[in-house]
Design a binder for this molecule. Structure first.
Ligand code: XMP
Length: 515
């Protein structure tokens, strides 16, 4: 089935991924490309619509990102947002100038053309998110103004006949109260998309596509138990069953019972048909980590050991046709392959192809999906909710939540403390509010008393952060009673701990992890 496509041309705006996500929420498939993409490629993709994003530049300056007039003459509907709107006017003969005042924040927009297709069912006065210095001082020939604000004569303009729409504000941002409706109107009313991009159809069509691609070949996947690799495993299993082999390396640095939970889902007792290999490499890892205290060194050892273990298993399995990876769309965009606003999260993505596995081709079944879509696909495939909605957990696991040397004893302490903490956060109904929370083990031991006895035990640190992008974060405000309950349970139930600290540090200057 050929799916309908809307493309987003990225001019460097910070909301580029958000635009694509909102379009997909309208059940229309959407991909992001840099504004540098060749017009021939756009023609070949034959999109139903094109959206130009915002960006930090001034379109009338020499070296600013731009696009040729031809883009607006393809007969394909175009919606320009913020910089995209200004660029559309500039290229088509209007005028864009620097304004005296910057318009920023929630702004009341007055709709002048109530019959505009993009403003169908939108209130006459509607709150929108503005963020611009430049403004459209003259619209291009053939256009009419369709909305304005107190400070901005052209909040929106259109050439209905040519299906060209310019919007100065940001409908993709949630502060624009009727923004999703406007984007919906554009993709469904103007572009005429049917809106049949849904997770059940994604799962179905992916299963077919995987079968076609893999044929009777063999596929190998490194399963970590995280959301992405688990959903990839579920999808591949539904498509090709036992042609899929998943290697799950238990490095002994997982959260409490996590290894068994992964096995319960994907192992022989679970609902998925595949070859599941669990490698219990705990002792091996503890051996390698003995005496090592430096955080980067620990990360390195954990990473290298993973490669070695995986390599040994891959050798036993022999040559495979495909190596599967749980790459998702933000990884593609952020690595600079998709859009313009490339941010490389260096230590998070492994990068490069593993040359230690004998395979012919990479297969990435989730490459087109945003994280929330991956989760939806996971539910669709019947994966347990706890797995689908689990919080981020770093590859090096508890190895980077234990200060100083990692030992089996310390791992057990941090696992038990962390399990109590998570249980109490869930009991208090805070688990959906806090983006990441966990217990870590400081390397500090201090004197305490328990009953009549003197103790000399470890201090556990509790961390909980609120964050949107995980690049910056604030410590979450957890009610005192909850913290106190967690503290008392950890002291009473976890042997080897006599103090509990709550970490108030934001990022920066801290990091989210505790290493
Ligand atoms: P930091 O500690 O850098 O963490 O503020 C930001 C986010 O990234 C996660 N993180 C990792 N994830 N491998 C991963 O897969 C890693 O090595 C790694 N280090 C940190 C961390 O849990 C947080 O969500």
């Amino acid at each position: 089935m050929k799916r309908e496509l809307v493309i987003v041309l990225d001019f460097g705006g910070q909301y580029n991924q958000l635009v694509a996500r909102r379009v997909r929420e309208c059940n229309v498939y959407c991909e992001i490309y840099s504004y540098r993409i060749d017009i021939e490629k756009i023609k070949a993709m034959n999109p139903k619509g094109i959206i130009l994003t915002g960006g930090p530049n001034s379109c009338y300056l020499e070296d600013s990102p731009t696009y040729s007039r031809e883009l607006f003459e393809l007969g394909i509907p175009v919606l320009g947002l913020c910089y995209g709107a200004q660029l559309m006017m500039h290229v088509l003969g209007g005028k864009v100038e620097r304004a005296d005042v910057r318009e920023y924040g929630k702004t009341e927009v007055l709709i002048d053309k109530k019959t505009s297709k993009v403003f169908q069912d939108v209130s006459e006065k509607t709150v929108c998110w503005m963020s611009h210095f430049d403004y459209i001082s003259e619209i291009a020939p053939g256009f009419e103004i369709t909305a304005h604000t107190a400070d901005c004569p052209t909040a929106a303009a259109e050439n209905e006949e040519k299906k060209l729409y310019a919007i100065q504000f940001h409908p993709e941002v949630l502060h624009t109260q009727e923004g999703t409706k406007m984007l919906f109107n554009f993709v469904r009313n103007v572009c005429g998309c049917a809106g049949d991009w849904k997770m059940d159809s994604f799962v179905e069509s992916s299963i077919e596509a995987i079968r076609e691609k893999v044929g009777d070949g063999k596929v190998l996947l490194a399963l970590s138990g995280g959301v992405d690799s688990s959903v990839a495993a579920g999808l591949l299993s539904r498509a090709i069953g036992k042609q899929l082999t998943c290697v799950f390396v238990d490095h002994g640095l997982l959260r409490k019972n996590e290894g068994d939970e992964v096995e319960a889902v994907f192992g022989p007792e679970g609902d998925f048909d595949l070859n599941f290999i669990r490698v219990n490499a705990q002792e091996r890892y503890y051996g390698k980590l003995a005496g090592v205290t430096e955080p980067e060194q620990k990360r390195k050892i954990i990473g290298e050991e993973f490669i070695r273990v995986f390599e040994e298993e891959a050798k036993k399995i022999g040559a495979v046709d495909f190596l599967a990876q749980g790459t998702i769309y933000p990884d593609v965009v952020e690595s600079g392959l998709g859009g313009e606003s490339a941010v490389i999260k260096s230590h998070h993505n492994v990068g490069g192809l593993p040359d230690y596995v004998d395979f012919k081709e990479i297969i990435e079944p989730l490459r087109d999906l945003f994280k929330d879509e991956v989760r939806k696909a996971g539910l669709e495939l019947g994966l347990p909710k706890e797995l689908v909605f689990r919080q981020p957990f770093p590859g090096p696991g508890l190895g980077i939540r234990i200060i100083g040397e990692v030992t089996a004893e310390k791992v057990k302490i941090v696992q038990d403390a962390d399990a109590i903490y998570r249980e109490e956060i869930a009991n208090a109904g805070l688990d959906q509010e806090i983006n990441q929370y966990f217990a870590a083990l400081t390397n500090m031991r201090s004197v305490g008393v328990m009953g009549d006895e003197r103790t000399y035990d470890y201090a556990v640190a509790l961390r909980a952060v609120k964050t949107i992008d995980f690049m910056t974060a604030e410590a979450a405000e957890i009610p005192y009673e909850v913290l106190q309950k967690v503290m008392s349970r950890i002291i009473n139930e976890v042997k080897g701990v006599n103090r509990v600290f709550y970490d108030l540090t934001s990022k920066p200057p801290g990091t989210i992890e505790f290493e």
